[in-house]
Design a protein around this ligand. Structure first.
Ligand SMILES: Cc1cc2nc3c(=O)[nH]c(=O)nc-3n(C[C@H](O)[C@H](O)[C@H](O)COP(=O)(O)O)c2cc1C
Length: 375
């Protein structure tokens, strides 16, 4: 599972793993891949702490940080966070607030306890905090990759990363987006198919990856969306990818520290239970189908707001749902892979299984080319 790209980073495996859990990032790096820490849930200070935590445990191995700088958002570039929060709060209609409250009541979800710590409702998917996160990341010696989602990273962020000797990758769901990213100076394209967990486009990985590989010439491409087994890794290489970019498989690991009910839901779900909905963030994102997604996807109900308003509207509700362990409403972004999830394993076990199956698959392929034609 090595390629020219993984050799460039000094990795044993061309396996890139997105996770917002520092422990998953640590274990992937220790197993020979590249862990990439999702920064959107962290304030810049929390990100610095998480980065220090990771670096203290990976012994100088390379890792990455994933920042979210959306091309289309209600947030205003450069506005101070307090001011922006107040402005955005006022944009949320009362009708939507009432709808959320009704939904929680219908499902018997209690209020938060009085002493509960408030979760952030405005995440770092805005220019103001995302730029601070880039700076915090580039200060660190072992960050070797900055990744951006939801549009091309601003040119000056790409230049700033290059000056620090750090490569830039970006997620795309269409060939046209890949061409824009390359023109903007992005080094590595993550071609993410619709199967993927989280924000996704409409084109399947099987179609998108070779299209992007053909289009971008020499730029290395990572295949993403629906990759969770060695057979799928082998398929990604066959499609021309230089590595795989993974997200959902790490959700079902011990290190991801999910509530037991979440693991149970993964194991019971089928691939059809991962729906693409605007319910969570306002942009289409693949997630576990729940009574929450059903309610927001019903055209008779208020329609989801834009980013970042929809998440601001539902952050406290999600916290209440998690705390009360409400089975009907509890969900998470996750891809179609959820249908193949079985028992929860450690990250190391997942990587070992992936590598073993990959080797078996590749060894079996020459037999295909020498076998007699089917008549
Ligand atoms: C829970 C979850 C959160 C995600 N959040 C982000 C994010 O903040 N930034 C990002 O670039 N991608 C995010 N993604 C997408 C992943 O980076 C990755 O492209 C995707 O998971 C790959 O498809 P897979 O889920 O089939 O492995 C997220 C995915 C999941 C499952």
């Amino acid at each position: 599972m090595r390629t020219a790209l993984s050799d460039e980073f000094g990795l044993d495996l061309s396996l890139f793993a997105f996770s917002y859990m520092p422990d998953v990032v640590v274990e992937v790096c220790k197993a020979g891949g590249m862990g990439v820490l999702g920064a959107v849930r962290f304030t810049p200070d929390e990100l610095s702490e998480a980065i220090e935590y990771v670096e203290a445990r990976i012994g100088g191995r390379p890792y990455g940080v994933d920042i979210v700088m959306p091309a289309k958002t209600e947030a205003v570039a450069g506005m101070p966070m307090d001011e922006m929060h107040d402005m955005l709060e006022k944009m949320i209609p009362q009708e939507h607030r009432d709808f959320v409250e009704r939904l929680l009541k219908e499902h018997g979800v209690p209020e938060l306890p009085a002493d509960a710590q408030q979760q952030r409702d405005l995440l770092s998917w805005n220019d103001t905090e995302a730029r601070q996160q880039v700076e915090r990341s580039l200060e660190r010696p072992d960050v070797k990759l900055i990744v951006n989602a939801l549009g091309p990273p601003p040119k000056d962020v790409v230049d700033q990363s290059h000056e620090a000797g750090v490569k830039v990758a970006a997620l795309v769901g269409k060939k046209e987006h890949a061409l824009k990213q390359v023109a903007n100076g992005v080094d590595i394209i993550v071609a993410q198919g619709t199967e993927a967990g989280g924000h996704s486009g409409e084109i399947a990985t099987m179609v998108l990856v070779p299209e992007v590989v053909e289009a971008v010439g020499d730029a290395p491409v990572l295949a993403a969306g629906g990759i969770g087994s060695g057979r799928q890794v082998a398929a990604a290489f066959a499609l021309g990818a230089q590595g795989v970019w993974t997200g959902s498989i790490w959700l079902n690991t011990v290190e991801c520290a999910q509530p037991d009910l979440m693991y149970k839901k993964f194991q019971q779900a089928t691939s059809s239970d991962a729906v693409r909905s605007r319910a969570y963030t306002g942009k289409p994102a693949r997630q576990l189908r729940t009574a929450w997604t059903d309610a927001w996807d019903n055209p008779d109900n208020p329609q989801p707001l834009g980013m970042p308003l929809q998440y601001m509207l539902n952050a406290e509700a999600q916290d209440r749902i998690r705390r009360s362990g409400n089975e009907a409403l509890l969900g998470t972004p996750i891809g179609q892979l959820v249908g193949s999830m079985s028992e929860t394993k450690t990250v190391r076990e997942v990587v070992d299984a992936l590598r073993e199956e990959y080797t078996r698959t590749v060894e079996s392929l020459p037999r295909l080319s020498t076998s007699a034609p089917v008549s």
